[in-house]
Design a protein around this ligand. Structure first.
Ligand code: DC
Length: 224
């Protein structure tokens, strides 16, 4: 860790593995800031869909990412002056986010914006490449995962609670395809770094996962 830089806890993992819930729980317990990097990619996706951009057009999409007027306050995300918190969760946005996240130009453009979240007293960041690319000097790196079925069931429950439409079959299919795209892409693919601690939440409650991360953080070596 750079001398004096606030500590970062990086929590990476596949879609619907519970990263957001666990990361927010850890951030709340430590009084740290929270970065939901997936929401950033999703917000770029909304802006791109609304602009009618071609989702393979790296240069246009990088411009959209650079000029994104997005704000993140707790769970609420605004784009321009609009609250897009619910739209962020739709499957159309999930698929588009996964596609544009494969473009190196978009990822590079979003680096500075993500690193700006690193403020005292510390940051919990969740995503796919928090420990490998965005915050390689994180004091603690977690790779959070769960079975495909458990993840689809959680996403289903989340969508139902928000009054949104979904079927388990479609969610299983979508998450499987997204896993494939997120792990196979050439730039910053989703993979567990050698120095990340694996936590499987298939049979673990969110509270227990938070407790495990907090215990690991207390034991993590600190820069002198
Ligand atoms: O975590 P999420 O499901 O909200 O992320 C949405 C998409 O964004 C996901 O398919 C992959 C991409 N993503 C990424 O490539 N890198 C990140 N750090 C976070 C998300």
């Amino acid at each position: 860790m750079a001398a004096g830089a606030p500590p970062v806890i990086a929590i990476d993992g596949p879609s619907a593995s519970g990263k957001g819930t666990v990361a927010q729980g850890v951030a709340g317990a430590l009084g740290f800031h929270y970065l939901n990097s997936g929401a950033l990619y999703r917000t770029v996706a909304i802006a791109a869909l609304e602009a009618g951009a071609n989702l393979d057009d790296e240069s246009t999409l990088s411009d959209i990412a650079l000029n994104l007027r997005a704000e993140f306050n707790g769970d609420t995300v605004t784009l321009g002056n609009r609250d897009v918190t619910i739209v962020l969760l739709t499957e159309a946005v999930s698929v588009a986010a996964s596609r544009i996240a494969a473009l190196p130009g978009v990822r590079k453009t979003l680096l500075t914006r993500q690193r700006a979240f690193r403020q005292p007293p510390g940051l919990v960041a969740d995503g796919r490449d928090m420990g490998s690319v965005v915050f390689p000097d994180a004091v603690l790196k977690i790779f959070l995962t769960a079975s495909l079925e458990a993840r689809a069931a959680r996403r289903y429950k989340q969508l139902m609670e928000k009054g949104m439409d979904a079927t388990m079959a479609a969610l299983l299919q979508d998450i499987r395809e997204r896993d494939q795209r997120d792990t196979m892409r050439a730039t910053a693919p989703l993979q567990k770094s050698a120095n990340a601690v694996l936590i499987d939440t298939t049979y673990l409650s969110a509270a227990d996962a938070v407790a495990q991360v907090l215990a690991l953080y207390r034991q993590a070596p600190r820069a002198p």
